[in-house]
Design a protein around this ligand. Structure first.
Ligand code: SF4
Ligand code: SF4
Length: 335
């Protein structure tokens, strides 16, 4: 496997812009790291998860579905240049596998796959997290992984597309194994995962009362930041925009924390109360999606906990659920 310096990685990504629409972590003037094109800011590969929705290259906040003009419809077409999305974490890559499945099930969502088809994804992991922290190794769920040993990035391909990319990378040092880095990754604590699993079971067993959700909802200010950053939140609304003789239909991210999220044209709103919406935000990912898709749809990326001004991100709420409802169980052991 090739091992490249950070400078070589950056030069390599720039060399790929002739064939790919490369989106990678860039630094904004205030230091925020987001996914962006390489001419939008300096590359900022080390630093861990980006402060933007990592699945947005395939599911952007605002996306035109079609344009209608004088009896003819122009549907959105597949992107001309394949996307190369760089800098996802292992958790983000896991989230991407979920939304791939979501957008392909039953009805295949062309607007999503116009971008996702032919794309390639590179995860960045190892000793290059925020403040030098270790980022879990994905070991798959992507085409190529840059595993940092603290100084250099080892290129680990998982798919044919990943192998082709690695082949195009400059010659660097050769590394035969990342066993030591893998051992470091395997030793990372998984307390949050255990709490998530336990809270999921409690929700599936219907052991969390409505009063709890009312209490949590009291703290929500409906800023929607949790949904807007979450890599597995897929809700959107649709609206039409008239521009002269042309009507354009767009979809726009929605948030289940907003009062109008499910409001119907009649005025009836099945989620009109805040505690119902707050319950849904958590229950949907931990229980409903587990029933529907066979998996929890939270990858524990940590964004909602970091951004929530009220301290009710999913890790915080699941810890609270387990603390309050996971101890005593009539005639049975602790959940
Ligand atoms: S940690 Fe929060 S933002 Fe991240 S996947 Fe889970 S619910 Fe979404
Ligand atoms: S980030 Fe926190 S306060 Fe804002 S909508 Fe989400 S749960 Fe509510």
């Amino acid at each position: 496997m090739k091992s490249l310096t950070l400078q070589q990685v950056q030069d390599f990504l720039r060399s790929l812009t002739s064939d790919y629409d490369v989106q990678a972590p860039i630094a904004l003037p205030d230091g925020t790291r987001v996914l962006g094109r390489l001419d939008e800011g300096p590359l900022a590969i080390p630093g861990g998860r980006v402060d933007s929705k990592p699945t947005s290259p395939f599911f952007p906040q605002l996306d035109r579905i079609f344009a209608y003009r004088r009896g003819s419809i122009a549907m959105q077409q597949p992107v001309e240049k394949p996307l190369l999305v760089v800098g996802l974490t292992a958790e983000d890559a896991d989230a991407l596998t979920f939304i791939d499945e979501f957008f392909a099930a039953e009805y295949r969502d062309d607007v999503y796959f116009n971008k996702r088809d032919r794309s390639a994804v590179i995860v960045v992991s190892g000793r290059c997290g925020k403040d030098g922290g270790f980022l879990k190794i994905a070991g798959g769920d992507c085409d190529l992984e840059f595993v940092c040993d603290g100084e250099r990035y080892v290129l680990v391909p998982y798919t044919e597309a990943g192998k082709r990319l690695a082949h195009r990378a400059p010659e660097g040092d050769e590394v035969s194994s990342i066993a030591d880095l893998q051992a470091e990754s395997d030793a990372l604590p998984d307390d949050d995962r255990q709490v998530l699993e336990r809270a999921s079971r409690l929700l599936q067993e219907d052991r969390v009362p409505e009063e709890f959700w009312a209490e949590i909802a009291d703290r929500c200010i409906a800023c929607t930041a949790c949904n807007l950053l979450c890599p597995t939140c897929t809700c959107f609304e649709v609206f039409d925009w008239t521009r002269g003789e042309q009507i354009e239909r767009y979809r726009l991210w929605d948030s289940c924390q907003l009062a109008g999220f499910m409001r119907e044209a009649s005025g009836h709103n099945p989620m009109g109360e805040e505690h119902v919406r707050t319950r849904r935000r958590i229950h949907h990912k931990l229980a409903a999606d587990r029933t529907r898709w066979g998996r929890i749809s939270c990858s524990l990326c940590g964004r909602c906990d970091d951004v929530c001004p009220s301290g009710i991100g999913i890790k915080a709420v699941t810890r609270e659920i387990v603390r309050r409802f996971g101890i005593e169980k009539e005639n049975g052991p602790e959940t």
